[in-house]
Write a protein that binds this ligand. Structure first.
Ligand SMILES: Cc1cc2nc3c(=O)[nH]c(=O)nc-3n(C[C@H](O)[C@H](O)[C@H](O)COP(=O)(O)OP(=O)(O)OC[C@H]3O[C@@H](n4cnc5c(N)ncnc54)[C@H](O)[C@@H]3O)c2cc1C
Length: 327
């Protein structure tokens, strides 16, 4: 088969597990590749070659390159960028696709600057027109969509919004290449500086997000949301004033000036529903709002609304979900 275009995908992992969003990016790359006689190459930078590479092939990779080094156990942009740039020097790629997670966005910005190439971030739809990839990305806090095409130097970089490009695995064949790679001396220094951040789920990648606003009354009550998120396997989010008050870390903030999330299920607990908050979560597949004010704006976007005291309702939900999931 002749190949007109090569698409590279960077696999993200955490605690030795592939992040589901990487499989979504592979599936999206596969769909593009099928329209432009393309080949999909998955790059897995890791410290040990024990990843489920078959899964990468089932989700669309024609070739998987597992590149190992002890300092690639955790994501550090200096190490990932160094290793990836070496690979891009060895072979030519037309497109480079990454997840629009915190790490993926950082890495795409670093690579775009180093290579002097364009980047389209947080893409929500991809298509092919005239043999070229077109990407749609939200702008103006999600109020409008812009369609982006690339010009100039390659590879063109795209980061894809998590939870948007899901496809089931297919029965496929592919090649696997394993290689131990070198990293410069700084990688060890960086390793010493890296703090182990634990296995907290990134709010942008979570399929269930339990967010709290000022209606939670204080930082101590976020434990209720953590409990619900834990039972459901989700992540905790927050409104901006909650973050401004120092109740939660900025990485939890959902909205125009925080993270944009598209989970299957979004709980808005004690959140009024200001436009700036909606900008970050209104594309969630199902929204459950809990608010004591029946006229709160959040109810206008909610699929399910519970009017009442969030501090009383959330523990009931946690208890009931626990029972249902246990059975
Ligand atoms: C430029 C700009 C950017 C912004 N970016 C963001 C952003 O990224 N993200 C964001 O969230 N905001 C952002 N904001 C702020 C935004 O305008 C709102 O002020 C904010 O979203 C309100 O947060 P909240 O819903 O937690 O608080 P509030 O608006 O004070 O709402 C609290 C809600 O809790 C309810 N409540 C109170 N007690 C209870 C109880 N016991 N049980 C149940 N419900 C209860 C109340 O009825 C109320 O609806 C931005 C603002 C500006 C100007």
């Amino acid at each position: 088969m002749s190949v007109d275009c090569v698409l590279a995908v960077v696999i993200e992992h955490d605690q030795g597990k592939t992040k589901p969003v990487s499989l979504e990016v592979l599936s999206a790359a596969r769909k593009l590749a099928d329209q432009i006689s393309g080949k999909v190459v998955a790059f897995c930078f890791c410290h040990a070659a024990d990843f489920e590479v078959d899964l990468f092939i089932q989700h669309g990779a024609d070739e998987v390159r597992v590149l190992t080094h002890p300092d690639l156990q955790h994501y550090v942009h200096e190490n990932y960028a160094f290793a990836l740039l070496r690979q891009l020097e060895k072979s030519e790629f037309d497109y480079l696709l990454l997840p629009a997670t915190n790490n993926g966005k950082e890495l795409s910005a670093v690579l775009s600057a180093r290579l002097g190439v364009g980047v389209a971030t947080d893409c929500i739809s991809l298509s092919v027109s005239g043999g070229e990839v077109e990407a749609v990305r939200p702008v103006s806090a999600g109020k409008a969509h812009s369609t982006v095409r690339f010009k100039g130097k390659k590879p063109h970089i795209l980061s894809l919004r998590p939870n948007v490009f899901r496809d089931p695995p297919l029965s496929r064949q592919g090649d696997i290449i394993q290689e131990e790679i070198e990293l410069p001396e700084f990688s060890q220094r960086v390793r010493e500086l890296v703090k182990q951040v634990g296995s907290q789920l990134d709010v942008t990648e979570a399929r269930i997000v339990v967010s709290g606003g000022l209606g939670m009354q204080g930082p101590e009550n976020f434990k209720l949301l953590e409990d619900l998120a834990e039972v459901l396997g989700g992540a905790v989010g927050a409104s901006r004033p909650v973050v401004d008050n120092g109740w939660r870390d900025y990485s939890n903030q959902v909205g125009q000036t925080g993270r944009t999330v598209s989970p299957d299920l979004y709980f808005a607990c004690g959140i009024s529903g200001a436009v700036q908050h909606l900008a970050g979560m209104s594309s969630s597949r199902c929204i459950v709002a809990i608010n004591s004010d029946p006229n709160a704006a959040i109810f206008s976007v909610a699929d399910y609304g519970l009017v009442g005291d969030v501090l009383k309702i959330v523990p009931i939900l946690t208890r009931e979900f626990k029972k249902i999931l246990a059975s």
